[in-house]
Design a protein. Structure first.
Length: 346
């Protein structure tokens, strides 16, 4: 059977049921209401009436997930006939602020912003507001008050990170031992965390464990490592943890797949075997991580749907360009990736 690429698979899925993938609501919780921007991919590929200049600010090009995201986003915006300029914030808020000011001087029609620091989102809005340039925040969720302060001209497109954390916990509960490998009635784990200012990192850390305790599991956190999404840092920290805690570690939770890939290197170097004497989960469904799930080297990961989010961001941008009503929030669901379904996401 011929395999299709993950991106082509997700595009095909969007054609079949875009309205079921994307939901919109007026607050920060997910909604089952149909989104006003959930048009089919066929419609999305048609050029919008007239052209527009769109400026896109990405917090850091070096981020694996945002590389996928921006590639998709650029394609979908250009499909609509828009001129697109994408800049690298290099994980520095001052750099990104300068880039935003440059876009404003150029008179772009819409700004799509993946903020370096969500704590700077209000300052970003205050900077842009006098120009009345619409803003589509992506991937890193600002406070609701930030969006409210620029109502009708500002929205957020993303996935609810609480869901991704919950799915990580459920992946562990779906294992043969439900995470309790040594059978002592307690799940002992370490946590590799992303950027502490990023709400995704906060929610994934909290809700992965909440999924366990909500069903009555006793848990013990041996250590939480601040690895800032970085593979090499996670590799080093997990190596140290394995040396310190040894077989006491039953589960390694990672806020993203890059850190999970680093963790896997140290797990294998320590002679441990995922699925046998340790479990490992990540988020993003990066190609390398999905392959590891297929091969049984990772317990599972959670698809952070770059295609769905990029499509939704492009749709929201089109609504702003055409002067139509835009919801405050557009949510795209995560998907659990297991050995049963992983092959379709390669």
């Amino acid at each position: 059977m011929k395999m299709i690429s993950r991106r082509d698979f997700m595009k095909a899925s969007a054609v079949v049921g875009a309205a079921g993938v994307l939901t919109a609501c007026g607050d920060s919780s997910s909604s089952t209401a149909a989104s006003s921007v959930a048009a089919s991919s066929a419609a999305a590929s048609e050029a919008a009436t007239g052209s527009a200049n769109v400026g896109v600010c990405i917090y850091q090009f070096a981020d694996n997930f945002m590389t996928l995201y921006r590639t998709d986003l650029e394609e979908y915006l250009k499909d609509k006939g828009y001129a697109v300029t994408i800049v690298d914030g290099k994980n520095d808020q001052n750099t990104q602020t300068e880039q935003i000011n440059t876009f404003l001087q150029q008179g772009v029609d819409v700004l799509i912003i993946n903020p370096v620091q969500t704590t700077s989102a209000q300052t970003i809005v205050d900077t842009i507001k006098p120009s009345e340039t619409p803003i589509v925040f992506i991937n890193r969720e600002p406070e609701k008050a930030v969006l409210d302060s620029y109502a009708g001209k500002c929205c957020y497109v993303g996935a609810d990170a609480r869901q991704s954390g919950t799915y990580q916990g459920e992946l562990i509960l779906e294992t043969e031992t439900q995470g309790d490998i040594n059978g002592d009635g307690k799940i002992t784990y370490i946590m590799c965390k992303g950027d502490p200012e990023n709400i995704d990192a906060q929610y994934r850390t909290e809700y992965s464990i909440k999924a366990l305790t909500d069903v009555g599991k006793e848990v013990e956190c041996l250590y939480e490592y601040l690895d800032n999404w970085d593979q090499t840092t996670a590799q080093q920290d997990v190596a140290n943890a394995l040396a310190q805690y040894g077989e006491k570690i039953e589960v390694v939770f990672c806020n993203n797949d890059a850190m999970a890939l680093g963790a896997l290197q140290s797990i294998e170097q320590a002679g441990r075997t995922v699925g046998k004497d340790i479990y490992l989960v990540g988020v993003d469904a990066l190609k390398e991580a999905v392959q590891n799930v297929v091969d049984g080297k990772m317990t599972g990961t959670v698809l952070n749907d770059d295609v769905g989010q990029a499509t939704a961001a492009a749709e929201a941008t089109q609504l702003f360009v055409e002067g139509k009503d835009v919801e405050e929030y557009y949510w795209v669901d995560y998907v659990k990736v297991t050995t049963e379904n992983a092959a379709q996401y390669l």
